[in-house]
Structure formats: C-alpha cells, structure tokens
Design a protein around this ligand. Structure first.
Ligand code: SF4
Length: 203
C-alpha cells in the first residue's frame, strides 16, 4: 500500500467510531476542487509511510480505537488494498472505505469478503458533467455500477457530493439526488476554496 498520510485520531470521520485515518497515495481522478493535491499529483508525493508503522500503531491502540477510515487519494487503485484491509480486520477493527466509485469490482470483492463496515461514495457531478468535475475522461458506467452495488448492499453508505460552485449549480445537485431512491439522501459537502488542485477554474 502506498500510504501518503496518517491521522491517529478522529471523532468525526467514521459514524459511531473513534477512528484513525489512512490516506492512500495516488488517484485516477483530477478533480479541480480536490483539496488533497499532495495525495493526487505524483510530483507532490512525500515518501510513503511504511505499512509497518501503521500496524505498530494499530497494535498498540487496539483498546482505544474502534475503526479505521481508508481514504485518499483513491484507495481502490491500490493493488494490495484487500490484503491491507484483511490485516486491519484481523486486529479487530471496523473499516470504513471512502471511494470515488471508479472500481466497482474492488468494491464488490471487499463486500464479498465481508471486509467493510461502512462506505462513503463521492459522486462528483451529474453524469453529463463528470469529465469536467473529475478532470479526466471518466467511465460513467463503472461509477453507476458502484452506485448500484452500494445501494443494494446492507452495508451503511454515505453518498456525498462536494458542491463546487461555480462548476456545479442547484439543478446539478437535484439531478444527482435523483440518482438515489427517496429513502436515501445525498450529503452535500461545502466546497472550501483553499489549496485546491486547479485553482484557475475558481477565479
Ligand atoms: S477529490 Fe477527486 S482528485 Fe481528489 S482524491 Fe478525491 S477523487 Fe481524487
């Protein structure tokens, strides 16, 4: 696992859990509003944190933490994600995974192996605006597949969208909300225009 950051304590990132956060290094998207460029642009990567450092910490905190959040970057592009999560689960922790939804097969595998307790899916935009809001040609069918997998799973999932004005407007938010059934809500995250990946789009 390429780990670009680690936060040892959080009360707000994993519902009902005291958690630590692992930030994976690397992402297949280039969302202009991304506020983690150092986890996305290879030229900004810091030397990765060794996995052993994380597991030493997790072994020592077994009775103090409930869960681990794996976020990024985009965790599902890491080839050894499943093995990494298995090792965390063996220590007795719950795991939350944040994803951009681009790798439904990985999400499916994680669910099949009963490795995830909580998901968060970041939906970036209405389908017709996806390439603009991700900064890359996006496989929309893959995102739709992940959305369906998570909607049909019994594992809790937050569906989130960052309201990156002026790239998105109120109609866009309504359209994305319409992708969810009436009993599921879209969490709108406030866009903070600070240290973003492509500031020129927000001038
Ligand atoms: S906001 Fe976009 S570019 Fe940044 S980590 Fe998430 S998916 Fe990757």
């Amino acid at each position: 696992m390429k780990i670009g950051g680690f936060q040892p304590f959080s009360l707000s990132d994993f519902p009902d859990c005291v958690s630590a956060i692992v930030f994976t290094q690397g992402c297949n998207f280039r969302c202009p509003f991304c506020h983690n460029p150092s986890l996305v642009l290879p030229e900004l990567f810091l030397p990765p944190i060794p996995e052993e450092t994380i597991f030493t910490f997790l072994n020592e905190r077994k009775n103090k933490l409930d869960g681990i959040v794996i976020t990024g970057g985009e965790p599902t592009i890491q080839s050894d994600l499943i093995e990494f999560v298995k090792k965390i689960k063996e220590l007795g922790y719950k795991v939350k995974l944040d994803t951009n939804g681009s790798n439904p097969e990985v999400v499916e595998k994680l669910i099949k192996h009963n490795l995830i307790n909580y998901f968060a899916l970041d939906i970036k935009a209405p389908w017709h605006k996806y390439a603009h809001l991700t900064g890359v040609e996006t496989d929309i069918e893959a995102i739709k597949k992940t959305l369906m997998i998570l909607l049909h799973s019994s594992i809790p999932c937050d569906f989130r969208l960052t309201y990156a004005k002026p790239l998105l407007n109120d109609e866009d938010i309504q359209e994305v909300q319409s992708y969810l059934p009436p009993n599921r809500s879209l969490t709108i995250q406030k866009f903070i225009q600070k240290n973003v990946l492509n500031p020129t789009l927000f001038i």
